[in-house]
Design a protein around this ligand. Structure first.
Ligand code: AMP
Length: 293
């Protein structure tokens, strides 16, 4: 199978996207950090459904990692990624070198929206500044019609949506549900770090979220109770450290000050349960929407 066209220079990638748009093609963008798995490929398939041309970006963005985090050891599997994307008939891959994205005098950053402050914002203080900056750069380099993101990174999707709204980004956003392994573990590039024992303990995240959804379906409307239940399951599963296990407003990600409501449109979630926890040296995140009964 022929490998997809790869551009590493922003100017060339932009010219290619512009040419597609000028020829009347709808272009969909799928930003990734590579080390691709079935979750990423599901985004690509949604993109293919939404547009005539699919562009995937592969860039491990240094500005979204703190100095003590896993930027250096983050898995890089470029050749295999290209083969997977060829099988999905991706039209172009944008894979810039770091210097192409961050020139020597680079000094401009996006201040993230309010929804970036809680949860991840408390544990990874500059993370969303790096995410917003690189995503806005990608939106500017690749002026697509639609960009596709995963619900796996729920807060990230909310942050990008608010940034796009606040800064008048003319690109529609599409969110794809989390792809999981049969036992519930959410696919993640970081799952490669897990030993067999750690992988077993990592199942605590999905189990805790499942428990919260079940408790909510059975009538529990007290977010603190749902959170306590998740904490107990995570501890029983043997995760090493819990950063947060929270049930919050699905739009603002702020804590509930009242019982979770049953009011509102049937299609909208009433709450979202989110977890970040460490298993061994690996930090994992997962989430689940709580729906109206
Ligand atoms: P990453 O390469 O981890 O930056 O992820 C790139 C995109 O893939 C993001 O929009 C993620 O939310 C999405 N993604 C990652 N894992 C999954 C998954 N298991 N299911 C669906 N989307 C995912």
């Amino acid at each position: 199978m022929p490998l997809p066209l790869v551009h590493s220079q922003p100017a060339n990638a932009r010219a290619w996207v512009r040419e597609q748009a000028t020829s009347g093609h709808r272009v969909a963008l799928v930003p990734t950090m590579g080390a691709l798995h079935e979750g990423h490929l599901e985004l690509v398939r949604r993109a293919r459904h939404l547009a005539d041309c699919v562009v995937v970006t592969i860039f491990v963005n240094p500005t979204q990692f703190a100095p003590h985090e896993d930027f250096q050891r983050y898995p890089r599997t470029f050749e295999q990624d290209l083969r997977l994307l060829a099988a999905e008939q991706v039209d172009m891959v944008f894979a810039p070198a770091s210097q192409e994205m961050y020139g020597e005098r680079f000094s401009t950053y996006v201040t993230p929206p309010a929804v970036a402050q809680p949860l991840e914002g408390q544990f990874r203080p500059d993370h969303f500044r790096g995410v917003c900056t690189v995503v806005l750069k990608l939106f500017n380099i690749l002026p697509a019609h639609v960009a596709v993101f995963g619900q796996k990174d729920y807060q990230q999707a909310r942050v990008i949506a608010d940034m796009a709204l606040d800064l008048d980004v003319p690109i529609a956003l599409e969110i794809v549900p989390t792809v999981r392994q049969p036992d519930g573990l959410a696919l993640s590039s970081r799952n490669r770090y897990l030993s067999a024992d750690e992988r077993g303990r990592a199942l605590g995240l999905a189990a805790a979220l499942q428990h919260a959804a079940q408790q909510h379906a059975q009538g529990q409307r007290d977010a603190a109770q749902l959170e306590a239940g998740m904490q107990a399951i995570l501890r029983d599963a043997g995760v090493d450290r819990i950063d947060y296990a929270a049930v919050v407003d699905p739009v603002t990600l702020q804590p509930f000050t009242q019982p979770i409501s049953d009011a509102g449109p049937a299609t909208e979630p009433v709450a979202v349960a989110l977890i970040a926890a460490h298993v061994g040296r690996t930090r994992l995140i997962d989430n689940r929407l709580l729906l109206r009964p």
